[in-house]
Design a protein around this ligand. Structure first.
Ligand code: NIG
Ligand code: FE
Length: 421
């Protein structure tokens, strides 16, 4: 038996998905492990054991003991769709939206994504780093230990690369891990309204630089009325695939253009949004390993439809949940609140929600071999909540119940306070 550096002991309830090599789908999404009076043993950054009792067999004179005070423990949460690196905010559009001006209309007028593009273009790397670091700090304090982060507020090469460089630097300097995605085709710049094809070629040229500089692992595209057509989105994802990127898509947020089926056919890791997904989209998802990554905070904030998740689960789809944190449609880093909304508005069960925000989220960013579960051999990313059970966290809404957070075996949040290096 190996000796642990750290044992988290006196866990009142430990809740974790089982480590499945494939995404959980349909009914299996309600399956979870629950242990009472448990421990987790950790060596370096890795879990070496867990179970009932106090883990005495892993103990040595050098082992640190962390008392979980009889509280709830889960794996660190994984927010697998965010636009965390951007500059500025858009509260001035908020009022307009509340008066009923719709999202695409604001974009058409040069606002929306395009106004965040302007602010991000004008920001220095230092400013961008500072704002994004603050967001990551908030995420971590709310129990998010890994995020996916997209570019897409540059559109043109300079700023796209700037965003991705800043993100890489954050990844090196912040406990939260960031899985990087290039989203050059997020919106069409005003200057290219009549030069769509030229813009798309430019995006592909930037993609080459992104690859060469190793700045992203995934490529994403916004396939939507007012953004990019099915044909244009197909072109972007095909070019990305040729270059060895893994794929994601923003699809079926406002209209179903066939982007989901296309992304599935190209083997995308996830198709995201899906508020208006139709039967064809659901069928395609059900017969693939592409994860349906749904974003309840966005529906809440835009006061639009929620993705039909119960129907998707009935059809055996694999589901993940993410915050979509961005300055327009989801300006909140609080992933726990996303999960509250999923419980209230999507009628997902507590087990389904935890699986969607951990193991399936890990699958959607291709990290399921190392994070998303508490099991031997997995990274020690672990949350302790000031709560007795997981349903309480979902029911007692809009409160940060996360007390302590371990990232790779290191205590990074203690009693809700970030431990700065
Ligand atoms: O995922 N839908 C496209 N992109 C973002 C919104 C970006 C913005 O409004 O700034 C999203 O919701
Ligand atoms: Fe998004």
């Amino acid at each position: 038996m190996k000796h642990a550096d750290l044992i988290i002991r006196n866990i009142g309830k430990l809740v974790t998905p089982r480590p499945y090599a494939e995404p959980l789908r349909g009914k299996a999404m309600d399956d979870i492990i629950e242990l009472e009076d448990a421990f987790v043993a950790i060596k370096d950054d890795t879990i070496i054991g867990f179970g009932k009792g106090d883990g005495a067999a892993y103990h040595s004179n050098h082992t640190t003991i962390h008392d979980a005070l009889g509280l709830l423990v889960t794996p660190g949460l994984i927010d697998s769709h965010t636009h965390v690196v951007h500059y500025g905010s858009r509260e001035y559009e908020f009022e307009k939206k509340m008066r009923g001006v719709d999202y695409l209309q604001i974009l058409k007028e040069g606002g929306g994504i395009l106004s965040s593009v302007k602010m991000t273009q004008d920001a220095s790397e230092k400013q961008l780093f500072k704002q994004s670091k603050k967001s990551l700090d908030i995420m971590l304090r709310h129990g998010t230990t890994t995020v996916e982060g997209k570019s897409g507020y540059g559109l043109f090469e300079d700023t796209e690369l700037k965003q991705l460089r800043v993100q890489k630097k954050l990844n090196d300097h912040h406990p939260v891990d960031i899985v990087p995605t290039f989203l050059g085709a997020h919106a069409l710049p005003k200057s290219h309204e009549h030069k769509r094809e030229a813009f798309l070629h430019q995006v592909v040229e930037t993609m080459d630089k992104v690859k060469r500089q190793d700045l992203a692992e995934f490529v994403d595209v916004f396939c939507e009325k007012g953004a990019f057509t099915l044909e244009e989105s197909t072109y972007i994802l095909q070019e990305a695939k040729k270059r060895g990127f893994k794929l994601k898509i923003h699809a079926d947020e406002i209209e179903a253009l066939g982007g989901v089926e296309m992304a599935v056919s190209l083997g995308a890791k996830s198709a995201d949004h899906l508020m208006v997904v139709n039967d064809m989209g659901i069928k395609a998802l059900a017969s693939s390993n592409t994860i349906a990554n749904v974003l309840p905070s966005t529906s809440f904030n835009l006061q639009s439809a929620y993705a039909p998740v119960r129907k998707m689960l009935d059809h055996n789809v694999a589901l993940a949940l993410s915050s979509d944190y961005n300055p327009g449609s989801s300006p909140s880093e609080n992933f726990l609140f996303t999960l509250n909304i999923a419980a209230i508005h999507m009628k997902l069960s507590p087990n389904e929600i935890l699986n969607a925000a951990t193991i399936n989220a890990a699958h959607s960013i291709d990290r399921a071999h190392e994070i998303g579960v508490i099991a031997e051999g997995y990274k020690a990313d672990i949350n302790i909540y000031d709560a007795k059970n997981w349903p309480f966290v979902l029911y007692h809404f809009a409160i940060n119940h996360v007390k302590d957070v371990f990232k790779h075996g290191k205590l990074v949040v203690k009693d809700q306070i970030l431990i700065q290096e």
